[in-house]
Design a protein around this ligand. Structure first.
Ligand SMILES: [Zn+2]
Length: 289
């Protein structure tokens, strides 16, 4: 099945939905790094969740979802762009227990950042990690930060990930006050295997065949890592000339691996000096008033 997002509306009701299916996008993450099974499940679900959220929020740029834990798993990160590309990574230590979110992350916090393209006005929302699953944490976040009633169902295995989100939009008319309850009760009957195996149109047909549903055209989703030598260069500048010199003195080079895609960046002594030489040129330019 192709990697895509599909939006739908229950006509004459305030209910909006979105379904995502990730296939090659999810496998691109797994091919680059091996994750222990319990963590793999969480990361796949979080990737599906980020795709769903990026499709429902209005933004241009990147949406970064982080779960910061105090347990054996310290961090889960998924970045989704407004162009529907995704990347993901996680940090953990030692052997992981089987179990839910709490067993893996302990107590922690959930952070959503929106970084606009080329802009600096980053929006950030932080909530405590309340809930036993990625879906519950997200539902809690949306209720608290966006004041939007949200239900989410997520599933992942070692080949694919999928999910569905329902949102209750603020409606001017309330002709059908039971619509939200009806939609979420039907939504809750979706099975994990169905989310993974069925095309979005089939899921919508099974759940909402008695409703008047408008289904939109699918939008493609893909894996893409935005790392580049240029970005690593600015990271080294932030680290500072002295720090980089001392790494060169100790190790002869600075070696950086992208945590998302595994791409390797190497700076020898000459490269490193150029990083800072270029900075002096930029700084030396007179500012115009
Ligand atoms: Zn990368």
């Amino acid at each position: 099945m192709s990697d895509s997002l599909r939006r739908f509306l229950l006509e004459q009701t305030p209910v909006r939905g979105e379904i995502v299916h990730l296939d090659a996008t999810w496998r691109a993450v797994l091919e680059r790094r091996a994750y222990p099974a319990p963590l793999e499940k969480l990361l796949g679900e979080m990737m599906a969740a980020a795709a769903l959220l990026s499709a429902t929020l209005k933004f241009e740029g990147s949406l970064i979802m982080q779960m910061q834990g105090s347990g054996p798993v310290q961090l889960l990160v998924v970045e989704a762009t407004s162009g529907h590309t995704l990347r993901a990574t996680a940090k953990w230590e030692g052997d992981l227990p089987e179990g839910d979110l709490k067993a893996l992350l302990g107590s922690g916090r959930f952070v959503i950042s929106i970084v606009p393209e080329g802009g600096k006005q980053t929006y950030q929302g932080i909530v405590g990690m309340e809930g036993d699953s990625i879906a519950e944490v997200l539902e809690h976040y949306m209720a608290q930060s966006e004041q939007l009633e949200t239900r989410m169902w997520l599933a992942s295995d070692s080949r694919q990930a999928g999910g569905m989100i329902l949102q209750k939009l603020p409606a001017a008319r309330a002709d059908d006050p039971d619509a939200w309850n009806r939609a979420t009760q039907l939504g809750a009957t979706i099975k994990r295997e169905e989310l993974l195996a069925l095309p979005a149109t089939e899921i919508i047909r099974r759940l909402y065949h008695e409703e008047d549903v408008r289904v939109f055209e699918p939008r493609p989703v893909a894996f893409r890592c935005s790392c580049s030598r240029e970005r690593v260069t600015s990271m080294l500048r932030m680290l500072g000339h002295d720090e980089v010199r001392s790494i060169i003195a100790e190790q002869n080079s600075v070696e950086v691996d992208c945590e998302f895609c595994g791409r390797h960046y190497s700076f020898d002594a000459v490269d490193a000096e150029q990083v800072f030489a270029a900075e002096h040129v930029t700084r030396a330019q007179p500012t115009k008033h």
